[in-house]
Design a protein around this ligand. Structure first.
Ligand code: ADP
Length: 496
């Protein structure tokens, strides 16, 4: 039952809203008034027409005045249509109040004058004025004036031109009084209920808006705080990394010196220990550099140094660097390089870092297997490219972990990371660097069988196509990363 009532009221709301023109929809207060106006005009004639119906039934000789009354009451249905067609809400509201006054005074004139049973309807006039025009003082005065003029007109006409005698018996007049008063009460009750409902839903809406405003405010504060925290974190990392690099360089430098000295003096007793210190220092420095690079990229401060270089020499340098580690793990390291790959215009150091990270991982996560590096020409949507595949027969990666391995600080599981070591920075940085250079990195892997990482790098970094750099002159371009993936090169500075 409650469901069908709410369905009915929803349908009514829908119907009411259909009549509201676009010019009113945007004005919250006016829309509220228009809704009350419409509900009164859509339902009012049903209630109002009970009076002419009763007159018709009670009057032994019903005459044309009943038809005029009914036509005027039914005429209220035209108002919603006119409102939808042309707007002008306030003019229509005044015309409607005028029509109501006419209906009331017309029935009073023909049926009993000031003692007419239809007189209680007068009470609905101020009520409707309140609903339709709300707090507009000017319009309230207009209604008052209209009421005064109508009353005077009614008085004069009744006095000078008395209405013809009707033949309704006294008992029927009392019945008419009951019908009329009940209809007026029903009408007032209907308007009051709708008004209370409108008020309640408005209060509800306002509460929701207030809640949303507060939530938005909280969100803004939280975003600001997060941004501040992220900036502070990036600054802290950059500072810490910088501070750490100085002593680390000393450790690496001195251990290198000690190794050279040992070679010269032939005193090899401490060499294994010094080599361990040296390797640990290099590892730590690489880690610190990765952290620094990541925070630089995050802050949009990473730069590309564009120069012409041979990919072959980069690959050789990587292999030379990784070979001892690969051999230590019992891995066979092989390289297949397509000689048709031309020289590259790009960032040599970053290309080396990218390939180095992936090959180092391959040799780290493979024991007694093979690590194969295959370089071949290829294409990217932006133009000619080189494809670098790093295949290993190592531990492989579980399918569920694959989507996450390029995320920062992701290590597949605690067991793997404690067995092989690792911080989850390498691949995140590698992906960022690839993106910066206009390339990409992808992985395919089978757990227990091995992985293949595919790096795609353009032969020329995108901005290079603008033709500013002269490869032969040996100039280096510095391109600043903006922090946006795949759209990285914003400014370019030439440095000697
Ligand atoms: P980490 O310093 O831990 O190696 P990376 O970002 O380089 O960090 O790698 C993230 C994770 O991806 C690693 O912890 C490892 O679990 C997995 N992974 C990366 N390369 C390989 C590979 N060649 N074979 C198996 N797992 C790999």
């Amino acid at each position: 039952m409650t469901l069908s009532i709410s369905k009915l009221t929803n349908a009514l709301d829908h119907a009411v809203d259909w009549f509201i023109p676009a010019s009113i929809v945007a004005d919250k207060d006016l829309r509220k008034q228009a809704r009350l106006f419409l509900i009164s005009h859509l339902l009012g004639p049903f209630i109002g027409n009970t009076v002419p119906l009763a007159l018709y039934l009670f009057d032994p000789q019903p005459s044309w005045d009943i038809a005029v009354l009914s036509a005027s009451i039914t005429g209220f249905w035209i108002f919603p249509l006119v409102l939808r067609a042309i707007g002008h809400y306030h003019t229509l509201a005044l015309l409607s109040i005028q029509n109501l006054m006419f209906c009331i005074l017309w029935s009073c004139y023909f049926y009993g004058g000031v003692t007419s049973p239809t007189l209680p309807w007068v009470l609905t006039i101020p009520l409707l004025a309140f609903f339709y025009i709300d707090d507009s003082v000017k319009l309230r005065y207009a209604v008052l004036l209209m009421f005064a003029l109508n009353s005077i007109g009614f008085g004069l006409i009744s006095y000078y031109l008395p209405a013809p005698e009707h033949g309704i018996p006294q008992a029927a007049m009392q019945g008419l009084g009951i019908v009329s008063t009940m209809a007026a009460a029903a009408y007032v009750a209907m308007m009051a209920v709708y008004y209370a409902r409108a008020l309640a839903s408005q209060a509800e809406l306002e509460a929701v808006v207030r809640h949303q405003r507060t939530t938005a405010q909280h969100l803004r504060i939280a975003t600001l705080e997060a941004e501040r925290a992220s900036k502070a974190k990036a600054e802290f990392l950059a500072k810490m990394s910088h501070e750490l690099r100085t002593p680390l360089n000393a450790v690496i430098g001195y251990s290198q010196m000690l190794l050279e000295e040992a070679e010269e003096t032939g005193d090899f007793e401490d060499v294994p220990d010094i080599e361990r210190i040296h390797a640990a220092g290099v590892h730590l420095l690489r880690l610190v550099n990765s952290v620094l690079d990541l925070s630089k990229i995050e802050a949009g401060h990473m730069e590309l140094f564009v120069e012409t270089f041979s990919l072959r020499s980069v690959v050789d340098a990587v292999i030379e660097d990784v070979r001892p580690h690969a051999e230590q793990n019992g891995n066979r390291l092989s390289v297949s390089f397509d000689p048709s790959i031309p020289t590259i215009r790009g960032d040599q150091m970053k290309t080396q870092a990218v390939i180095g990270n992936v090959v180092r991982n391959a040799s780290k996560y493979t024991h007694g297997g093979t690590v194969e590096l295959v370089c071949s020409p290829s294409t990217l949507p932006t133009g000619a490219a080189v494809r670098i595949e790093v295949r290993d027969t190592g531990i492989g990666i579980d399918g569920k972990d694959l989507p996450h391995i390029f995320e920062r600080f992701t290590v597949v599981d605690d067991e793997t990371s404690s067995k092989y070591g690792g911080t989850g920075i390498g691949l995140a940085l590698t992906r960022e660097l690839c993106r910066m250079m206009g390339g990409s990195i992808q992985v395919a892997s089978t757990l227990g069988k091995g992985s293949t990482f595919t790096i795609m790098l353009p032969l020329e970094i995108a901005a290079e196509k603008n033709g500013a750099a002269d490869a032969a002159s040996g100039e280096t371009e510095r391109l600043t990363e903006t922090g946006r993936p795949n759209d990285i090169i914003e400014t370019r500075l030439k440095v000697a």
